[in-house]
Design a protein around this ligand. Sequence first.
Ligand SMILES: NC(=O)c1ccc[n+]([C@@H]2O[C@H](COP(=O)([O-])OP(=O)(O)OC[C@H]3O[C@@H](n4cnc5c(N)ncnc54)[C@H](OP(=O)(O)O)[C@@H]3O)[C@@H](O)[C@H]2O)c1
Length: 268
Amino acid sequence: MTAAKKVTVGIIGGLGWLGSALLTSALANPKLNHVHFVVSSRRSPSKALGDRVTFTHDNQYLAEQSTLVVLSVRPQDWPSLPLTKIDSTVMSFMAGTSCEAIQQRHHPTHLIRALPNGACSVNQSYTPWFCASDLPSETETLIVNLLDSIGYQDRYEHEDQIDVLTAISGAGPAYPALLAQGLEQSAIALGIPADKARKAVNATLQGSAALSPDLSQSPGETVALFESYQGTTAAGLAAMKASGFSGAIESGVRSAYLKALHFNQPKD
Ligand SMILES: NC(=O)c1ccc[n+]([C@@H]2O[C@H](COP(=O)([O-])OP(=O)(O)OC[C@H]3O[C@@H](n4cnc5c(N)ncnc54)[C@H](OP(=O)(O)O)[C@@H]3O)[C@@H](O)[C@H]2O)c1
């Protein structure tokens, strides 16, 4: 049996939330044992990154060493990134930054847009990804193994679907947190002490997540199940629906989607 070819993955912004989660999880994935990592940041790492990781402040050096370059800087920091041409495959994590814009600036061999979420730090991200071109099978396997390391991934056919999902899965814990905040405030308004209200709400959300480990489970069926009891929860659900709960969510998702579409466009 021949040893797997050495592959180097460069992570620009590799000390950030998503970049460091990808690094940690990929290092622990046995399918990526042959991969070496080069990580860049403007600051220096506060702890050793391990034998298979090289740290640099020099993004040009990182790009020259890497088979695959992961762009994990904030979209606002990307225009000032001191790096133009990248002669390898690029995978961008940047929200709202189109393939066209990245292609024009970096001219990579292949370009992937992927959109993880904050749960990547607990290996529970849902990561949609898109690539306009056919990928060599070893590159596709590398992408799949990297993204599987931080949770779940699906390849999509149209770039616009990444912008739509930026507004949904990309938001990670944010929308559940808004629901939790509303429940916490309601509990306090009805006389529950603040510390117990918080504990009750957080425990309820944790329990809900633990009850739905099957990703094909229908949320609509869960709502219908509680409606069928015709009890207190059904009364709460009916009042929330009548107050425009679904409309509020739809309008929030549309606003986030529009922001994703126009995020990095120059202002007039
Ligand atoms: N967090 C999320 O939930 C989420 C969800 C979907 C998509 N995304 C996307 O993922 C990307 C990363 O987000 P994040 O949350 O991980 O942000 P983050 O924690 O701020 O990480 C970005 C990192 O980029 C580094 N950086 C900035 N300029 C740099 C440069 N010139 N060279 C090297 N490193 C540089 C920063 O470190 P230094 O200041 O030390 O340079 C920072 O640690 C963003 O584009 C975001 O749109 C994030």
